[in-house]
Design a protein around this ligand. Structure first.
Ligand SMILES: Cc1ncc(COP(=O)(O)O)c(C=O)c1O
Length: 494
């Protein structure tokens, strides 16, 4: 039998002042809720005793109404399951009921106006780069996460929670986690910060939202990498910013081109360690140019350091924030690419003098991040599980990446150019003489999910190809997937 939510009372209003008997009111209330699909087949209804207490009436009219509903087949009673809405009722709402209700319901005549800004967001395809099977982009090996350890830590905090952990938390996040993150980004990423500058957020997406609320106004221009990260683009659009797409080449965002397009932009959003989606690393020259532009024009730099944990050929490259002497860079990190994305935890590193402004904005937005996941994560880091998991994943992703590179070489030969394989969990495969969207559509029909590179461009795509994730893709899936993709590419080229 289907599992059902238990004993929640539907909104049934009874009014003793009415001349309609209580029993009839309760019967009508339930019947309407069932026919309108507010209550669905299999859902449990509260016991007569509970409902009597909630409605403040005696049990007698409720017992009578329930008996009537049962006799007419709206309710059924099963031993151990209490009274539930009959499973045998149709899922569709009967036509006569719809017709009756449409006559009685008032028609809306005035237009239902939505915000202008939300209408700017594309509602069609998902931009998360997540699909079934192989090649999901920027996705971790979900089956490798040490859930036994994680669950143990959850139990530790939930068994006997402190009173503090049940109350609203600090808007910036809990002290222990902020200290652990500060120590991590200082050592691993060359970020210059103290724990007080760290704000815990629900992923980099919320980090951007907080940043936007504090630093930018609707109408402000923002440089965005082209091609670039669509979800970041969307949050800027939702805030009313003007997007200035600035081309990316082998050295990262082309600062000179940005200056030509819009010198007076108020901010630049960049992924310098591993540009999304091309994967290039921003050169030292470009980093210095970008910092100089920001200093001169009074602009902010929003550094999204989303997957810098994985670097396969050289030493990790320090963050842009670490080079910044003018407090122009806001550093954004995420745990989605190290632990798992549904955790929804990330962090911001804020220039010290801006902490009060960020704090009040955060209180206005959602008061504070949830406390329990932070407690668990702080222990996970402090007790060494984080570092151990990261080391294991680096080895695994390096192996998967190796297989992918070899397969591309074997199946597509020298005409295929690979970008961005030196870091992260995906690479960009540049393929001349194809239409990547057409091939992706055909691949989807054959059960293979490919992310076309062209989808990451706001303007006319300068390159065609695919973004291929290997983090959550096994070696067997890589071999079979690349073979299938290569066959589709060859067929499309004729
Ligand atoms: C460029 C980029 N930044 C950040 C993220 C992580 O986002 P979040 O922390 O909101 O999960 C992703 C995830 O795919 C990404 O591709």
């Amino acid at each position: 039998m289907k599992k059902v939510p238990s004993g929640i009372s539907p909104l049934i209003a009874v009014d003793r002042r009415q001349r309609i008997p209580l029993q009839r009111q309760i019967y009508e209330g339930y019947r309407s809720a069932i026919l309108e699909h507010t209550l669905r087949p299999g859902e449990r209804v509260p016991s007569t005793r509970l409902l009597a207490g909630e409605l403040g009436v005696s049990r007698i009219p409720i017992l009578n109404a329930y008996a009537q509903l049962q006799a007419e087949g709206y309710f059924e009673t099963r031993v151990g399951a209490g009274t539930v809405v009959s499973h045998s009722l149709p899922d569709e709402i009967p036509q006569f009921w719809k017709a009756r209700n449409s006559e009685t319901r008032p028609r809306t005549r005035s237009p239902r106006r939505l915000s202008r800004l939300s209408s700017l967001l594309p509602t069609g395809r998902s931009v998360l780069g997540r699909g079934p099977g192989a090649f999901s982009i920027n996705q971790v090996a979900l089956d490798q996460f040490p859930f036994r350890i994680w669950n143990g830590l959850i139990l530790r905090h939930c068994r006997r929670p402190s009173m503090d952990s049940l109350n609203y938390g600090d808007a910036m996040g809990i002290k222990e986690l902020r200290a652990a993150i500060a120590a991590y980004v200082r050592t691993a990423r060359g970020v210059r910060c103290e724990a007080e500058q760290v704000m815990i957020v629900s992923g980099s997406q919320q980090a951007l939202e907080v940043v936007l609320r504090v630093l930018l106004d609707p109408g402000d221009s923002v440089w965005m990498e082209e091609p670039g990260y669509a979800l970041a683009r969307n949050i800027f659009l939702l805030h009313g910013c003007r997007i200035i797409p600035v081309p990316v080449d082998e050295e990262g965002l082309n600062v000179a081109a940005g200056v030509k397009l819009q010198r007076k932009a108020r901010a630049a959003f960049v992924t310098p360690s591993h540009q999304h989606p091309l994967g290039v690393t921003m050169s030292a020259t470009r980093r210095l140019q970008l910092l100089e532009w920001a200093e001169r024009s009074g602009a902010w730099i929003l550094e999204d350091d989303y997957d810098s944990e994985y670097r396969f050929e050289t030493m990790p490259i320090s963050s842009l924030q670490g080079l910044d002497a003018g407090d122009r860079v806001i550093y954004i990190g995420t745990l989605s690419k190290v632990l798992f994305p549904s955790l929804r935890l990330g962090y911001l590193v804020i220039p010290a003098d801006l902490i009060p402004r960020f704090r009040v904005a955060r209180v206005a937005m959602d008061i504070s991040p949830p406390v329990f996941p932070q407690l668990v994560l702080a222990d996970f880091i402090r007790e060494g599980h984080f570092a151990r998991h990261l080391r294991r994943m680096r080895t695994l992703y390096a192996e998967r990446r190796q297989v992918m590179m070899q397969m591309i070489q074997e199946e597509l030969g020298p005409e295929a150019e690979v970008l961005g394989a030196q870091a992260g969990m995906n690479l960009s495969l540049i393929l001349p003489r194809i239409c990547d969207q057409e091939i992706a559509d055909e691949a989807a029909r054959q059960g293979l999910w490919l992310v076309p590179l062209s989808a990451s461009y706001l303007r006319k795509p300068a390159r065609q190809g695919f973004i291929l994730g290997f983090g959550n893709t096994s070696e067997e899936q890589i071999v079979a997937g690349i073979r299938k993709m290569a066959a589709l590419v060859k067929r499309a080229r004729g």
